[in-house]
Design a protein around this ligand. Structure first.
Ligand SMILES: [Zn+2]
Length: 492
């Protein structure tokens, strides 16, 4: 090869090399579009123009002290930079970029590798640096673990970690009252979660993004003695109930007025079970869900005929209704009384009779057995992570609203029991009043009772329950009780 050509090609090669090393053009990717921003390499460090990035983000930088410092103000944070200083001020704390901020012709340049991780922590969107593509990615759809919330309940604290879609998760308690929630495949919005630090409940909070998972850890003020957890949808969230066993569900509160005007106008009738939940099954194959729907419909018909009350039914056909839906229907329709209708079952085939329950921790084994039976279908809904062998109210966090009405609920139960005795005593056994922890009564914001009409597992009782006249008697007895209750409370 010609000597001159050789020299030229060497020069060209060197030129090409220098183009590669200095041509480190940087782009910003924001919601699909890519824009170039100014940058340069100083030594081995790449600097980029924060001024350019700010304008892409729709924000801007103001210069102070005649170009000696610059301020970047957004809705979420304020950053102050000082000429030729590696220190920056973010809100009220000082961070070290290790390399100095550089001001060039009204442009603020920062070392990309040390600034972006800091920026990512404070910026609401995910900010990452793609070294290979020389790309700053700003990704608002990136996170699936988005927020954290606390809601105090009377018997504990409800913690909710919002996760966009159902994900595998793990909860573990570590020394020092740390509650750790690990979300497999989680991408956590660290800034948002950290902003939920609440000194009322927490001593500390920590968020770590691992490659395969995200971990949110909260150090609780209260001792973690017992908890349950489950995944809830719409919006997706992991709910953790920290239960305080020292709080009794029974409150010794004084009388609370019923409704704003003390009047009783709307009756919620809750037919137990339904759909794939058959409830108790009789000796001769009767289904509780069917029997109780018929009683509920008879009761509704009676009430509607008189026009003294309005009626809302949690179900009026054979369909499954969740615990949440039942309480939601009751509360959102502003019911004044809640009557849940069931029929009982027992391994002891001689057990028979009617029984009226109101909500409170079970006093005795029999009441506990009834509650366990009725709660079983709801237990399937709630996947528990804590120990759930106890069938008491502490299993789920209560808004404790029920206890406000405990006096009235007990009274309603007593009045209806009286009517049952009048009408049914010659037909089956009166088992009396009792209290137990029925979940369905737990979240209902009104006086409420649960009627166990008779035993499907008793031959004579099942026969009765299959009689129209007996179901009509049950409906009438409940209705009489409701009217008496109204008369009593409205005259007070
Ligand atoms: Zn039932």
């Amino acid at each position: 090869m010609n000597r001159v050509l050789k020299i030229i090609s060497v020069i060209l090669f060197i030129l090409l090399l220098s183009v590669v090393s200095y041509g480190s053009e940087i782009s910003v990717q924001l919601s699909g579009s890519i824009e170039k921003i100014e940058s340069y390499v100083d030594g081995r460090l790449t600097y980029f123009s924060l001024s350019d990035l700010a304008s892409i983000l729709g924000e801007h930088i103001s210069w102070e002290q005649v170009g000696l410092s610059a301020k970047y103000v957004s809705d979420e944070y304020t950053m102050t930079f000082f000429m030729d200083s590696p220190y920056i001020k973010i809100n009220d704390s000082i961070k070290n970029l290790i390399y100095p901020a550089q001001f060039e012709k009204g442009n603020l340049f920062l070392p990309i590798k040390t600034f972006l991780p800091i920026f990512d922590l404070i910026h609401p969107d995910r900010v990452t640096w793609d070294q290979d593509r020389k790309l700053i990615r700003i990704d608002s759809e990136f996170y699936n673990v988005t927020d954290l919330a606390f809601a105090p309940k009377a018997n504990g604290l409800l913690i909710e970690l919002f996760v966009n879609e159902p994900k595998e998760y793990e909860i573990y308690i570590t020394e020092g009252n740390w509650l750790n929630i690990s979300i497999l495949g989680g991408k956590v919005n660290r800034r948002q979660v950290l902003s939920r630090m609440d000194r009322k409940y927490l001593r500390d909070i920590n968020v770590v993004q691992f490659e395969q998972s995200a971990q949110v850890s909260v150090r609780m003020r209260q001792n973690i003695i017992k908890y349950t957890d489950r995944f809830q949808s719409n919006p997706g969230r992991v709910q953790i109930s920290l239960i305080d066993p020292s709080v009794s569900v029974v409150s010794d509160r004084n009388h609370v007025d019923i409704g704003p005007d003390n009047s009783i106008n709307k009756i919620i009738i809750d037919a137990g079970h339904g759909g794939s939940d058959y409830g108790a099954i009789g000796l001769n194959g009767s289904h509780e869900k069917k029997v109780v729907l018929d009683i509920a419909q008879r009761l509704a018909k009676l009430i509607r005929k008189d026009k003294i009350f309005e009626v809302v039914m949690t179900r009026d056909k054979d369909k499954a209704v969740s615990l949440e839906q039942r309480t939601k229907i009751a509360n959102e329709s502003n019911g004044d009384l809640f009557v849940s209708i069931h029929s009982n079952a027992s391994l002891n085939k001689s057990a028979r009779g009617f029984q009226i329950f109101y909500l409170a921790p079970a006093w005795n084994d029999e009441a506990r057995a009834s509650a366990q039976l009725e709660n079983a279908s709801f237990l399937a809904e709630i996947s528990s992570g804590g120990d759930n062998d106890e069938n008491d109210l502490t299993f789920i966090l209560s808004d404790m609203i029920q206890t406000e009405f405990q006096v009235e609920s007990a009274d309603l139960a007593a009045i209806i029991d009286k009517e049952f005795r009048k009408k049914l005593k010659n037909k089956t056994k009166a088992r009396g009043l009792d209290q137990a922890g029925f979940y369905v009564l737990n979240g209902v914001y009104m006086p409420s009772i649960l009627v166990e009409s008779a035993f499907l597992t008793n031959k004579a009782d099942e026969k009765l329950l299959n009689k129209k006249s007996f179901r009509q008697d049950l409906a009438e007895a409940i209705y009489e009780g409701i009217k008496r209750f109204k008369a009593k409370y409205e005259s007070q």
